[in-house]
Write a protein that binds this ligand. Structure first.
Ligand SMILES: [Zn+2]
Length: 392
């Protein structure tokens, strides 16, 4: 066993307190928290690998505890949190508060409570002889479209000891999540031609062209709602399309030159968002662009993919599902409404389930909390996992 320094163990609540105190809002650097975790693991002789962002001071942390030469189980969490801007908190979001058997703080449920519980068990993990390793993956920029973990996954798939299955500790109240929708988000730029608004025939109105595209998206969304395909284990039970942002024009008396809008498509697992986007492109090319080009051939419509996150659909009888069900003691499985990194792991050949403490109902909101009972259940889950993987 590696040399263990004489360190005072950090309990799960203190670990959660320390974790929440790092402001890891996705727009800021996550390195301080990552380096804290690296140093903590190092104190127990566990070496970490930092897979850094090429452009920002951010990194994924990956570490293996136990045998280095075989697959093992991956425990995965993201270190970033959503902003607290304009939210009405009753306490400092970055100072964990224990009250009424709950821990309040940004990220307490999503997902620092999980990460803290995992880390607090590292002293146990290094003492036990693990037949199969436990891998830890703590990523960045999950909240802005599962961005960070992709570089780590690209590395892992090349390795002979890539995890054989993964448990993502997103808040499911320790129920076993086996599915979620995939999501693709796209930005559309309409480049029109400016003119005085009394001379509209000399201009190309970018706002109006964008409005026609948004209306077409809405008609596709309606068709999905009415015609499906449907899967009743999701709410809503169909793929959804939504435009969330639009910006265009400068003044009422100017034919607007530019308009930009963002839309997203959330597809049922197995459904490809590509053909839906192709349908919009085709509509633009045949119904909108000819009229624009007749006035000015330099006008145009561009589409820019912002994010693309795969859906998750792990079979109920899969070993990953069965393992998580046994560890959590829960009967049955759930499908969740939110996206996770699990879709990406699964797509990369690492079968994944979602199971973590706390509820998504509290995530992203002011006064986010995780119940102490949830943290205790998470600890039980993890201790059972360690027992299973330990040599007898
Ligand atoms: Zn999350």
């Amino acid at each position: 066993m590696a040399q263990v320094k004489a360190t005072k163990a950090i309990g799960k609540l203190e670990m959660a307190t320390r974790g929440v105190a790092f402001d890891t809002t996705s727009r800021t650097s996550s390195l301080a928290l990552i380096e804290f975790i690296r140093d903590y693991l190092d104190d127990y002789g566990v070496k970490s690998e930092l897979v850094r962002d090429p452009t920002m001071p951010k990194a994924n942390l990956y570490a293996t505890i136990g045998a280095q030469d075989r697959g093992g189980i991956l425990l995965s969490g993201h270190t970033d949190v959503v902003p607290v801007d304009d939210q009405d908190w009753h306490s400092d979001p970055f100072a964990l508060v224990e009250k009424d058997d709950r821990l309040y703080g940004r990220g307490s449920a999503d997902m620092k409570g999980f990460i803290a519980t995992v880390l607090s068990l590292v002293p146990v993990l290094v003492q036990r002889k693990l037949r199969e390793p436990i891998h830890l993956s703590f990523s960045y920029d999950e909240e802005i479209g599962c961005v960070g973990v992709r570089t780590l996954i690209a590395e892992l798939v090349k390795r002979p000891n890539k995890p054989r299955l993964a448990i993502v500790g997103e808040p499911t109240e320790m129920q076993v999540g086996v599915g979620h929708k995939g999501k693709r988000s796209v930005r559309c730029h309409v480049h029109g031609h400016e003119a005085h608004s009394s001379l509209i025939h000399l201009g190309v109105n970018a706002v109006e062209a964008a409005a026609e595209l948004v209306a077409f998206l809405k008609s596709m969304a309606r068709r999905k709602r009415i015609e499906g395909p449907f899967d009743d284990s999701y709410d809503p039970p169909y793929s959804s399309i939504h435009t969330g942002l639009i910006h265009g024009g400068t003044a009422l008396n100017i034919v607007p030159r530019d308009c930009q809008f963002d839309f997203e498509i959330r597809v049922l697992p197995g459904e490809d968002p590509g053909p839906l986007i192709d349908e919009l492109r085709h509509f633009a090319a045949t119904n909108i662009l000819p009229e624009m080009h007749a006035v000015d051939p330099a006008t145009g419509i561009d589409f820019e993919q912002l994010t693309d996150a795969a859906g998750l659909d792990t079979p109920v009888d899969h070993e990953a599902t069965q393992l998580a069900a046994a560890l959590s003691g829960s009967n049955g499985t759930i499908k969740v409404a939110f996206g996770t990194e699990g879709g990406l792991f699964s797509e990369a050949g690492i079968p994944t389930v979602i199971c973590g403490p706390g509820s998504i109902d509290q995530a992203h909101k002011p006064d986010e909390f995780v119940a102490l009972e949830q943290i205790a259940r998470c600890e039980t889950f993890l201790r059972r996992l360690v027992d299973r993987l330990s040599e007898r």
